[in-house]
Design a protein around this ligand. Structure first.
Ligand code: CUA
Length: 155
């Protein structure tokens, strides 16, 4: 059986587009690390205080211009609530909630995350510009929700 020339060309074009998009998507996912997160980390929300690293929340300098902030969120506060870092630093936030769903939004950055009890939320952010960054809970979490805020001071 002889295929039409035009049919043959379109078949090749179709397969080529399919293969190219698979290669492109694969390159983005594996070489550029753009795959969606798949390593869900859980903990017992009743025992946050006993679960490392949340048994010792705080701001830790882990390298030159690199910090880890281990933070618990609870009605209606952030622990630690005073965060000071130096300008140009990369900050790795490790977050969990001790009670209900809270929000973690940092004004002036792209950080805008849900912090859910039972799960560990990890976010990295570079802070180049000195200033006071407002941190807000943007998930309604109860009577004191509108009071739930803190700041990150970048010096
Ligand atoms: Cu916490 Cu709203």
């Amino acid at each position: 059986m002889k295929m039409h020339r035009a049919e043959e060309i379109w078949l090749i074009v179709g397969v080529a587009i399919l293969v190219l998009s698979m290669v492109f998507t694969g390159y983005q996912a594996f070489a550029q690390g753009m795959a969606p997160p798949s390593n869900t980390e859980t903990l017992d929300p009743q025992k946050v205080d006993e679960h490392a690293p949340f048994d010792n929340p705080g701001v830790f300098e882990i390298g030159e211009n690199e910090y880890e902030v281990v933070m618990t969120l609870q009605a209606f506060s952030f622990t630690p609530n005073e965060i000071e870092i130096s300008a140009g630093s990369e900050v790795h936030f490790t977050l969990t909630s001790k009670d209900v769903v809270h929000g973690f939004q940092v004004a002036g950055t792209n950080i805008n995350a849900m912090v859910t009890p039972g799960y560990i939320q990890r976010i990295s952010q570079k802070f180049d510009e000195p200033g006071e960054y407002l941190v807000l809970c943007n998930e309604y979490c109860g009577a004191g929700h509108q009071l739930m805020a803190t700041t990150i001071t970048v010096k």
